[in-house]
Design a protein around this ligand. Structure first.
Ligand code: NAI
Ligand code: MG
Length: 485
């Protein structure tokens, strides 16, 4: 696939595809239980596909309740016999080793992430994989310092934890979940999302090659039913979930009245606010990063844009110009800005919202890029003159679709920004520090970025308010959800 020229202003880039010949993908993957890949008791497998080409990449095992049970028994044994007795500084060495091997195999992991999930190689190479390694490095450091992190509180591990992750940052979400769980002395059963299991299975290989004691980390694959069996398993002492708000609510109900600890990181509809004293060119770059990064498959994507009225025309003009230069296409091409939509259902969902926006009578703008004929792709899209009541403004679309409104005063924008069931993140662009601090205390959002957007670091906690969930991941706070104290 050749990247398509997207504007009369720019020239056509020569294709710059990342090679795939160094990547080894088995034709079939079993479940990683007790340190080994084993065939599923269910005897069932399902395909995982490249959303940019519709090509099947591998068959993946579908774990049933009996398989889930085996994984929890392995995790329980490993906890009782090995992991909880191991001196923390020894545990740290394993976590550190996993970080090192992720770094060593970064190129292979990046290509697999882009093939299986559709994200641009530039992103998986420069963001997902290095940040995943950083999480293991960071939490390796905490393993033997928990008494200093939480003085006088005698922190204790929980036992076996169940972790269920989504498809938007497959390896990075696995790292967010596994690294703090191991550092705090727990053992793990993790399930990746059904459309992006490959990088987690590669992580299983890495964990095996790092000689982590069998059963400390178990990685099982499957659909919602596998997840349900994990959530209700009697040996799961904690559930950590990232994904849709609907499934989050289901899990909260399913675990109500039990002793299971729970953290939920769910949807979002972030407000991205641009004041008239903002550095406009940088803000436009921030808006593009906020909503088009990873095809908008980001729970904290800046999907609602609020422009102060006197700069709205300028921002929209510059934003449209910038969108014309965005290259949509082959995720493996190093020039690609926007890759493939992760899976067919998600593309259908985004297309449904584009239709809703038009039916609601909104003005739409899409760049004139030509989409590849095969695969799941979507043009970067703006909806203009949107009202608070429009569904485009209220509901999570999880695609490269931005809803734009204007405002006059700071009070007005705070009220509009908080008018959502979600509360995960927000962004603000202004020259005035005082305005930033005023907004950060008034916006109901777990993370507020100022004069930047979508910045992540393992040392910084992340999580939401309201229907975006509860609990924090990352930083010192990220340890708390895995400790009894
Ligand atoms: P989902 O919430 O259904 O899937 C996330 C994970 O949960 C997957 O591993 C899935 O197999 C598992 N799962 C599904 N049903 C379950 C159940 N009843 N019990 C236990 N585990 C279960 O997300 P889906 O359907 O892939 O995406 C739908 C929407 O969710 C997206 O359009 C987007 O709006 C939102 N989403 C939010 C994410 C976030 O980071 N907060 C990530 C992915 C999706
Ligand atoms: Mg896939």
């Amino acid at each position: 696939m050749k990247p398509k020229p997207t504007s009369e202003f720019i020239w056509d880039y020569a294709p710059a595809p990342e090679s795939t010949d160094h990547v080894k993908i088995e034709s079939r993957y079993g479940l990683f239980i007790n340190g080994k890949f084993v065939a599923p008791k269910s005897k069932k497998y399902f395909g995982t596909y490249n959303p940019a080409t519709d090509e099947k990449l591998a068959d993946i095992a579908e774990a049933n309740a009996a398989d889930v049970d085996l994984a929890f028994s392995a995790a329980h044994n490993a906890y009782e016999k090995v992991w909880k007795k191991m001196p923390p500084k020894e545990r740290a060495k394993y976590i550190f080793r996993i970080a090192r091997v992720i770094q060593e195999r970064a190129r292979e992991l990046s290509v697999i992430e882009s093939m299986d999930g559709g994200k641009p190689i530039r992103e998986s190479r420069d963001f997902d994989i290095p940040t995943a390694a950083n999480h293991f490095f960071y939490y390796a450091g905490w393993a033997d310092k928990l008494d200093y992190a939480f003085p006088n509180r005698k922190p204790k591990s929980l036992g076996v934890v169940a972790q269920i992750i989504p498809w938007n940052f497959p390896l990075l979400m696995a790292a967010w979940k596994i690294a703090p769980a191991l550092a705090t002395g727990n053992t793990v059963v993790l399930k990746p999302a059904e459309s992006t299991s490959l990088s987690a299975l590669k992580l299983a290989e890495i964990i095996r090659d790092c000689d982590l004691p069998p059963g400390v980390v178990n990685i099982i694959t499957g659909f919602a039913d596998t997840g349900k069996a994990m959530v209700t398993h009697p040996q799961a002492n904690k559930i950590a979930f990232t994904g849709s708000t609907d499934v989050g609510k289901y899990i909260q109900k399913a675990t109500a009245g039990t002793n299971k600890k729970l953290t939920l990181e769910l949807g979002g509809k972030a407000a991205h606010i641009i004041f008239d004293d903002a550095p406009i060119n940088q803000a436009v770059e921030g808006i593009v990063n906020g909503i088009f990064f990873n095809q908008g498959h980001v729970c904290c994507a800046g999907s609602r844009l609020f422009l102060q009225e006197n700069v709205a025309d300028e921002v929209i003009r510059k934003l449209k110009d910038r969108m014309k230069t965005l290259i949509v296409g082959d995720p493996l091409d190093k020039n690609t800005d926007i890759g493939a939509i992760n899976n067919k259902q998600q593309l259908e969902k985004i297309n449904k919202y584009l239709k809703i926006g038009l039916e609601e009578g909104l003005e739409i703008y899409q760049s004139d890029c030509v989409l590849p004929k095969k695969g799941c792709f979507c043009k970067p899209t703006l909806f203009l003159n949107v009202a608070q009541s429009n569904r485009i403004m209220q509901e999570e679309i999880f695609g490269p679709v931005l809803a734009i409104q204007t405002f006059r005063t700071i009070e007005e924008v705070i009220e509009k920004a908080n008018n959502t069931p979600y509360g995960l993140s927000a962004g603000v662009w202004t020259d005035k520090g005082a305005k930033i601090f005023h907004l950060t205390s008034k916006l109901k959002a777990g993370v507020v970025w100022a004069n930047t957007y979508n910045k992540f670091d393992p040392t910084s906690p992340f999580g939401g308010y309201k229907e975006s969930g509860f609990g924090r991941e990352g930083g010192l706070h990220g340890l708390m959800g895995y400790l009894d104290m």
